[in-house]
Design a protein around this ligand. Structure first.
Ligand SMILES: NC(=O)c1ccc[n+]([C@@H]2O[C@H](COP(=O)([O-])OP(=O)(O)OC[C@H]3O[C@@H](n4cnc5c(N)ncnc54)[C@H](OP(=O)(O)O)[C@@H]3O)[C@@H](O)[C@H]2O)c1
Length: 340
């Protein structure tokens, strides 16, 4: 399981085209990756992944529930077979869905992901939610606490088959409980994060505790209203982030050319992504469009937002959680209970 080229990189270098961040255990993670939720049409996804690797994407964010781990594994393998990339040049994140978060079921579920991804190890394994369900995928198992979920992940970490472990959609209070009993500290917290849900308090807590934050839905997840795992979640409407006045104003500033102000969606996009990067948050925007894929990586690496612009974006008046994760409602570990 040695991964010399990756481990040897100094943390101020880049991997592919993305800057790196050092996790608290020393493992390094690219700050920009590719989200892959809703990327499960094989032919299209293979092309997107191949192009993404060629463009310089190295982090791929998947989950057992996205139904695309096998496709990702196959594409990575083709790169190894051609001799152009090796495993240690990629950073693969996957997640265990609540049905398998019971400590007795985690290892088997993880090994299934490992087999589908066709890899000797994954870089980051996350508990997809803080809630555990029965095998029917619907009935809550209220007996499993976040502490128990974490202890299960620690056992997987001890095998060396994962380089880092973390949580997704957990509250600060749940992370605090786990950090008190943890033998292995939380390395990464993946949460919804964007101008309508800047997660100021959670990011502050994570910084203090050396937990790297990954933000999802950073572009407002415009295609989120599609069936997922056989259900159509009741996603509320939201304003268009690209038209948010503060985002447009900051985009106009950075899109300025000598004689003119260029108002284009491209600059709003760059601002939405830079807003997280400049706060030290990892981003994983998803795109199945080759042009947008390129912009989302190459268009965001060569500039920074000023402190005052970050402050302005921190204070966008509209506040909204887009992913309410209704399936958690009623579970004692529902991390969004106070918002329902
Ligand atoms: N842990 C969790 O519970 C959780 C929940 C949700 C998501 N995630 C992860 O986070 C990733 C990102 O979140 P997300 O996919 O929901 O939302 P997102 O990245 O905010 O938005 C993706 C959507 O934006 C469009 N898009 C991408 N680039 C664009 C651009 N340059 N200009 C205009 N539109 C653009 C994409 O359409 P095209 O494909 O047509 O470009 C896609 O529909 C997911 O893929 C997944 O890996 C995790």
């Amino acid at each position: 399981l040695t991964c010399a080229p990756f481990a040897d990189l100094p943390s101020d270098s880049t991997m592919g085209n993305a800057p790196l961040v050092c996790l608290s255990n020393g493992h390094k993670m690219p700050l920009i990756g590719l989200g892959t939720w809703q990327s499960d049409k094989e032919e299209e996804h293979v092309k997107v992944l191949e192009e993404a690797v060629n463009m310089g994407y190295r982090l791929f964010d998947t989950a057992a529930s996205y139904g695309n781990e096998e496709i990702i594994g196959r594409v990575m393998h083709n790169f190894y077979a051609k001799g152009t990339m090796s495993r240690c040049e990629f950073f693969i994140t996957t997640k265990i869905w609540p049905t398998y978060l019971h400590p007795d079921r985690q290892m088997a579920a993880f090994k299934e992901s490992l087999a589908k991804l066709d890899t000797p190890y994954v870089d980051l394994l996350l508990a997809h939610q803080p809630t555990c369900y029965e095998l029917d995928g619907v009935t809550h198992d209220p007996s499993v606490t976040v502490e128990m979920i974490w202890q299960g992940l620690e056992k997987i970490y001890e095998t060396g088959l994962v380089k880092a472990i973390g949580v997704s959609n957990w509250s600060v209070e749940q992370m605090e409980r786990v950090m008190k009993i943890a033998k292995v500290k939380i390395h990464v917290a993946q949460v919804e994060c964007h101008v309508y849900l800047p997660q100021l308090e959670l990011v502050e807590y994570c910084k203090k505790n050396k937990i790297v934050v990954t933000g999802y839905g950073s572009l407002g997840s415009p295609a989120r209203k599609v069936p997922f795992l056989g259900r159509t979640p009741n996603f509320a409407d939201s304003p268009n982030m690209f038209e948010e006045p503060a985002v447009v104003a900051v985009a106009q500033k950075y899109g300025k050319k000598p004689q003119q102000v260029i108002i284009s969606k491209k600059y709003q996009l760059q601002v939405l992504i830079r807003y997280l990067l400049d706060r030290g948050i990892c981003v994983i925007p998803k795109s199945s469009n080759l042009e947008r894929l390129k912009t989302n990586l190459h268009g965001v690496v060569d500039f920074h937002l000023d402190e005052s612009d970050i402050e302005r974006l921190n204070n966008v008046p509209h506040r909204q959680r887009l992913f309410m994760q209704e399936h958690m409602a009623g579970h004692p570990e529902d991390s969004f209970a106070s918002e329902r």
